[in-house]
Design a protein around this ligand. Structure first.
Ligand SMILES: [Mg+2]
Length: 124
């Protein structure tokens, strides 16, 4: 395995531990630095501390939604790359996320290889 991703940091934001763990393991295995947050306010703190290259963010979380976090994030750094993870059929949310400058979105349940591809493309 090539270790070409060593310098890229990914922040995984999801309220479900299983999803966080899946993404953590998949990307760490590829050589990325992976950090995690379980909710929106934790995510904003981590973004400040860790300065990730890309954020994989769940849409549906208790407290701040992914869209609300995205709005905050883009106020502070409009160039930060964010991939939003939505449920199937949330077209209005996707449209709003696109308007806010989301890099990409993926529909849950996602194929891990699709997420890998989107991250690779976003960071290329
Ligand atoms: Mg969720």
């Amino acid at each position: 395995m090539t270790k070409t991703n060593n310098h890229h940091t990914i922040l995984v934001v999801d309220d479900q531990m299983g999803v966080r763990r899946l993404l953590f393991e998949a990307f760490q295995e590829e050589g990325y630095q992976v950090d995690m947050a379980a909710n929106g306010s934790d995510a904003l703190e981590k973004i400040d501390q860790v300065r990730p290259d890309i954020v994989l963010m769940d849409m549906k979380m208790p407290g701040m939604s992914g869209l609300e976090v995205l709005r905050e994030v883009k106020k502070q750094d409009k160039d930060l790359k964010v991939i939003l993870m939505t449920a199937y059929g949330e077209l209005e949310i996707v449209a709003e996320a696109m308007a806010l400058g989301v890099t990409e979105y993926v529909t849950k349940p996602f194929d891990i290889n699709e997420v890998r591809g989107l991250v690779r493309k976003a960071l290329a």
